[in-house]
Design a protein around this ligand. Sequence first.
Ligand SMILES: *[C@@H]1O[C@H](CO)[C@@H](O)[C@H](O)[C@H]1NC(C)=O
Length: 380
Amino acid sequence: MSSESSLKSYINWRLILILVAFLMTVHYILYNNDYNPLKKEIPESQSHSGSKSHSGPNSRPKNFYDFHDMKAAPDSIETETSTADDTQSGKKASSASSAKTAAGKTTDGNSQEEYVAICLAVKDQGRDLPEWLTHHYHHVGIKRFYIMDDGSDPPLSTIQMDYGIPKSAITFHYQDRATRAAAMQPVFYSQCNEWHGANHTWIAYIDADEFLETTGKETLEEILKTFEPDELVGALGVNWKTHNSNGHLKRPKSCREAFTSCLVDSDEEQYGGTDDNHHIKSIVKTSFFGGAQNPHKFGLRDGAMTVGETGDIIHSIAWRSPITRDRIALHHYAVKSREEFEDKLLRSNAMSDPKSEGFWEYIEAMRPVEECKEMAQYKP
Ligand SMILES: *[C@@H]1O[C@H](CO)[C@@H](O)[C@H](O)[C@H]1NC(C)=O
């Protein structure tokens, strides 16, 4: 009898150990904050194979789409920011806690203008900026842009260009090549929040080839306001809508007008809910900002979470399923024209954002597409 019960407890003890190990593994897979899981699964060899085997819409390399590579994020982003130019760190805009209060008591009459801003990390994409700025200023109502210039030559701030919006709406920060960290994007994002977070309730972190669209009757500000009082919400995750080249070889005048062919949304079952359009980008409450986990999702303070447009909690590190865009969408011009894609290949070396010929083939030929003309209606 007693040997039987000691055997029983022996088995239970082992079961508990196994269960704990299993749960830790699951936790690691689902909630790992590192960039590496995103990166690891990209088959490098694929991109150099040059094989033209169009393997049909149902076969695609796992995580093949995700070439937004931020390498390893610095463990302490805060210490990294001090490497940036000194004139800026001199006027650092206080901590997150002050952002919390500042947002509520902006009384200088421009609180509306300052409610949400965009932080853009960019290099040598000056030609793309007029349409991108015009769209977000005039059609999305964003009146403040932080352009984190990653060593453009010449610096973007020195280029005389009509951006289609008041110059005063743009704040440039120039990052010298010499003092550049290996992975600048998470550093830029932390700088944006640290230096300017106090002036805004939300900051959106998107790229120059990504365009926000409010798809319903609400403005962006109205959408964000619905999430503002909820202390459990730290960020809004917006699903991508991925556009292909639409057969364009040369750079068109307007990308919104030219690229009106999009990848069809897949079901979660088809690709595990991690393919192109399942990706999100984040609009983050400045008072909850903890740091970029990857280009898509952010660490948030006080246990706050990233939610989708319906208030659904996004647990994954970069994706949202099911995909909905009833209130807000993020159009991702993944390749643009052939000409621009080739420019991107050259640029990517510098931005540690490796694109490859395989990526072009994937976007252009391996997935079903549908017409998507909604962005062409925005003029200018
Ligand atoms: C905040 O906004 C005010 C008014 O537009 C501006 O003068 C100030 O420089 C801004 N501060 C930061 C840190 O961006």
